[in-house]
Design a binder for this molecule. Structure first.
Ligand code: PEP
Ligand code: MN
Length: 629
């Protein structure tokens, strides 16, 4: 059952409640959610829930109807995010775990780790104990393989996952792996599940070859009820009558399991298809279907692989797949998870230096796209958002120290740069860019609860919101379109007015904040609508240890070839430029300055060594920020 605790529960009330339930043989798990704190209680003996309902500090008790309890969405509404060293699986990210089927030699796993890391994988996989169909096939290097795997993980900073096939391997594996994988063949090896769950480490649980979704979730329940909180479910194809592929990838299991369970779901397209050519299309399909990540077999030289060569990707194919996933992710409102360049990431560094009480200022009302971007960037609970009415207020709030960070939209993929913010960056030289975050802008028609599209007569939104939904709005020529100062503000307005004839155009978050109904989702004309936000901070908080991007602004002398000379400095030092934009200089008609974004990977030395030459080639030169994008 789920016991929702009252907001005012006292410490001793909670202790009494726990003692009462434990006495009755219940295992308890406390989950602190965004809106409420709950106790998940799982027991063997039946209990009359009214007994619990009556206890002081209990708000309400909800029985869990499913046979799996700890794995179920009924217990926990929010997605579970599984932390594995610097990697995270779940939430709004797509995490790719990759590596060879088996560890074959020190060199082979080291090279695999390097290529996985370079292409953007967040974890290395590799079997040391291989459950092979034939006893005459390569069985894995065992303990020797584990030490190589550990070495490869340490050399590249990748956490490692490996399959456990027998309980006697727990001890050697414990020292070497970050994530235990339970293979398809062992999904219902309950003694193994209990022992591995008790290690309290993250576990990848493959779906059994002929397991139903419920059996799979029951296997996860074994792990969770034995101790671990972190199970990553992995769909790897089930056995059907179709012999063309090794298994049949059950893509529909992904949205189903995501609905039934809070656990992240990843997909293994390699064992699902068994055919190299089919791996990339099924990987993309899995991501499109909502998978939180992939488990992919890749080998430095698949022709020489000792197991599963025909389904292992060539390094170049894996790299291409990573690029394709990168392109697909924003469509789904997700980001491809990346490990930091070094073990200390820019983003995390920002988060470590601040307490939970730190404020991030944004322009707009609660539910604004800026607020959405800031929560995604700082990952919800770590910071609080501070609404400001104008962009300038965001700068003032940061400069005065009231908020440690600010977030500002800087560029939209359809309408271009937000020049007001570029101009403000120039006016506030003590404020620097410290990070960036891109989100997809999805608009919704939002009405008061109970309203239908037929009731609508007037639509309120920011002029950009109205313009970006023109095709949809054109189908309702009778509606009055009313420009408003802010998209989320327009939702706040209709919430106050409570008129069924009023609708607003804004994000789904804004509808949630003001408890309004979405009458139609995804009404933007062009679905490829992205906004890039920048994070700003005062100079003293602006040191990011592992930057990969620099934003600069400069003007050049009014002489032939002066811009060319500036750009030549970049070309000579092989500094890659992502963006170059010219802007009139305020107060100097027909004179222009240039905004440029430079890639400064793998380290900023090249950028630093070019600084003097850039300054010489420019009239004015300023660094807006050196940060991690
Ligand atoms: C593996 O991942 O190497 C493996 C053996 O997979 P499965 O258990 O899905 O067959
Ligand atoms: Mn394999």
């Amino acid at each position: 059952m789920v016991i929702v605790l009252s907001h005012t529960i006292k410490k001793n009330e909670k202790e009494n409640l726990r003692a009462f339930l434990e006495e009755k043989g219940f295992k308890l798990r406390e989950i602190v959610g965004e809106e409420e704190t709950i106790l998940g209680a799982v027991g063997i003996r039946p209990i009359d829930i009214r007994e619990v309902q009556m206890m002081p500090g209990v708000d309400r008790v909800i029985p869990i109807s499913k046979p799996y309890k700890l794995a179920s969405r009924e217990l926990k509404k929010e997605d579970t995010i599984v932390p594995v060293g610097p990697a995270k699986i779940g939430g709004l990210r797509i995490s790719v775990i990759a590596g060879p089927c088996a560890v074959e030699s020190r060199e082979q796993i080291l090279e695999s780790a390097r290529l996985v890391r370079e292409s953007g994988g967040v974890m290395l996989r590799g079997g040391a104990y291989k459950p092979r169909t034939s006893p005459y096939s390569f069985q894995g290097l065992g303990e020797e393989g584990l030490t190589y795997l550990k070495m490869a993980g340490e050399a590249t900073g990748l956490p490692v996952a490996s399959e456990i096939v027998a309980t006697e391997h727990i001890d050697p594996m414990k020292e070497c792996v970050d994530v235990f994988q339970i293979g398809a063949r062992n999904m219902q090896n309950f003694e193994l599940l209990k022992r591995v769950g008790a290690l309290e480490k993250p576990v990848i649980l493959k779906r059994g070859m002929s397991a139903t979704i419920e059996e799979w979730l029951m296997a996860a329940e074994y792990l969770l009820s034995s101790g671990t909180e972190y199970v990553i479910l992995c769909e790897r194809g089930i056995r059907t009558f179709e012999p063309y592929t090794r298994n049949t990838l059950d893509l529909s299991a992904i949205p189903i399991v995501k609905k039934l369970s809070h656990l992240p779901v990843i997909v293994d397209p390699s064992h699902a298809t068994g055919i190299r050519e089919k791996v990339a299309p099924m990987a993309l399909a899995a991501v499109a279907a909502g998978a939180d990540g992939l488990l992919v077999e890749v080998h430095p030289d698949p022709g020489k692989a000792l197991s599963d060569g025909p389904q292992s990707l060539f390094p170049s194919q894996f790299e291409k797949l990573m690029r394709d996933i990168e392109a697909l992710a924003p469509v789904l409102g997700k980001e491809v998870a990346r490990l930091p360049e070094t073990p200390v990431p820019g983003k995390k560094e920002i988060r470590i230096r601040q307490g939970a009480e730190d404020l991030v200022a944004f322009q707009g009302e609660p539910g604004a796209f800026s607020e959405m971007a800031l929560f995604r960037h700082f990952e919800n609970a770590v910071v609080s958002s501070l609404p400001c009415s104008a962009f300038r207020d965001v700068f003032d709030t940061v400069l005065s120290g009231r908020a440690r960070y600010g977030i500002l939209p800087i560029e939209n993929s359809l309408s271009g740069s937000i020049h007001e913010n570029y101009d403000l960056l120039l006016q506030y030289p003590d404020v620097s860019l410290v990070g960036e975050h891109k989100i997809r802008i999805e608009h919704n028609l939002i009405g008061v609860p109970g309203a239908r599209i037929e009731d609508v007569r007037q639509v309120y939104s920011h002029p950009q919101g109205l313009a970006q939904c023109s095709k949809f709005l054109d189908t309702f020529p009778d509606w009055q379109k009313v420009p408003f100062y802010d998209t989320a503000g327009s939702v706040a307005f209709i919430a106050r007015e409570k008129q069924k004839a009023y609708a607003a155009i804004a994000s789904a978050e804004a509808a949630k904040v003001y408890r309004m109904d979405i009458l139609k989702e995804g009404i933007e004309t062009n679905p490829r609508n992205y906004t890039r936000f920048v994070i700003i901070a005062r100079e003293e908080y602006a040191r990011v240890r592992t930057p990969n991007k620099a934003s600069i602004v400069f003007s050049t002398p009014d002489k032939p070839g002066s811009l060319f000379r500036f750009l030549k400095v970049l070309a000579d030092r092989e500094l890659n430029m992502h963006k170059l934009e010219s802007r009139p200089i305020p107060g100097k008609p027909w004179e222009y300055m240039f905004y440029a974004d430079l890639q400064i990977k793998p380290d900023r030395k090249r950028f630093d060594s070019a600084l003097d030459a850039m300054k010489q080639a420019a009239d004015d030169f300023r660094i807006l920020g050196v940060y991690q994008a």
